[in-house]
Design a protein around this ligand. Structure first.
Ligand SMILES: [Zn+2]
Length: 91
């Protein structure tokens, strides 16, 4: 199944980091893509064009209930690990 390419202004989900003891679980938050860098910044594809082998990074404005925060070079992962973003579930 192919994924859409990220572009500025699209809404995705950002996965918050939960606390190790589980007091706060890791949850999905709404995030707006603020930038799509030209190149990847982490191994194994550091310096390769963004999107190489389906690896995407994006800048995000994350909309937490308590406030915004901004994150650059966040990695895409459909596995929903903390600190990554994914496409919202299709309905
Ligand atoms: Zn989600």
């Amino acid at each position: 199944m192919s994924q859409p390419e990220p572009s500025v202004g699209r809404i995705v989900h950002y996965v918050s980091y939960g606390t190790p003891g589980g007091e706060y679980p890791s949850v999905c938050r709404a995030a707006v893509i603020t930038e799509v860098p030209d190149h990847l910044t982490a191994e194994p594809f550091d310096g390769c064009p963004n999107g190489t082998e389906g690896q995407w990074i994006a800048g995000l404005a994350v909309l937490n209930p308590e406030g915004f925060f901004f994150n650059r070079d966040a990695q895409h992962s459909e596995e929903q690990r903390g600190g990554t973003w994914h496409w919202p579930e299709r309905v």
